[in-house]
Design a protein around this ligand. Structure first.
Ligand code: CTP
Ligand code: CA
Length: 222
């Protein structure tokens, strides 16, 4: 029985991880999305489970195998992801938002397939809810909130703005201009900015190693 008891530094902790893109329907056959594959969130969920945590993975459509150990909550739209996170976050010790939720959705979703008419339609978009921000009032005291930031320019400045605006404990920033890092790759090159002002720059690491670096810092704070 002893062997089956949760061990590891994160034993007894509840961790909610999000991964992947979301899909915003335009009509019954079309949607807007992005290039996220879910690999970094999957690596985080599996690594957290291996450290003994109870892990819930809220995920959009994944382009990589689901992790071992985590309870999976599949979702489609950013609104769906917001609702799934809201229902899990109340008793979480850690929330890691590795997902790339779609920022915009069609203002109107057609109930039937949009047909060609000879004139291309103009799409009206609206913003989706900010999931991290919307959890701010529902976090238990001391919950660690970790965000990601993928930027093309002014990485440090933009990441630090998001750290403050979303009331995060830390934000994992990477540059979309970095070769071999970000969407689709098995590697990542990140800088972790913490609310206490520290910035740690890492070399090119596998997404598993990146997950371990993030979890090491979370463990040290719990
Ligand atoms: N995020 C979120 N809800 C959204 C969009 C993003 O919770 N609707 C989270 C992401 O999962 C990530 C962090 O916020 O952890 C930063 O995401 P990012 O796309 O870099 O920032 P945005 O706030 O969406 O701003 P922008 O895309 O305009 O840079
Ligand atoms: Ca965004």
């Amino acid at each position: 029985a002893r062997l089956l008891e949760p061990r590891g530094k994160l034993a007894g902790k509840r961790i909610v991880v999000t991964a992947g893109p979301t899909r915003e329907p335009l009509d019954p056959v079309r949607y807007l999305t992005n290039h996220s594959t879910g690999k970094q969130g999957i690596a985080l969920a599996e690594a957290a489970w291996r450290r003994g945590a109870a892990v819930v993975l809220v995920h959009g459509p994944l382009s990589a195998p689901a992790p071992v150990g985590a309870v999976l909550k599949p979702v489609e739209t950013t609104q769906d992801m917001a609702e799934a996170v809201a229902s899990e976050v109340g008793d979480a010790d850690v929330l890691i938002m590795a997902a790339a939720p779609a920022d915009f959705r069609p203002a109107q979703v057609a109930s039937a397939k949009m047909k060609k008419t000879g004139t291309a339609p103009t799409l009206a978009l609206e913003e989706t809810p900010d999931i991290l921000k919307s959890t701010a009032g529902h976090r238990k005291a001391g919950m660690i909130a970790v965000g990601f930031a993928l930027e093309t320019d002014d990485v440090a400045e933009n990441a630090q703005k998001k750290l403050a605006a979303k009331q995060l404990t830390m934000i994992v920033a990477n540059s979309a201009r970095e070769a071999g890092a970000g969407f689709g790759h098995d590697t990542n090159r990140v800088t972790i900015f913490a609310a206490n002002g520290t910035a740690e720059e890492f070399p090119l690491l596998s997404k598993r190693e990146t997950a371990d670096a993030i979890l090491d810092r979370i463990e040290a704070m719990l």
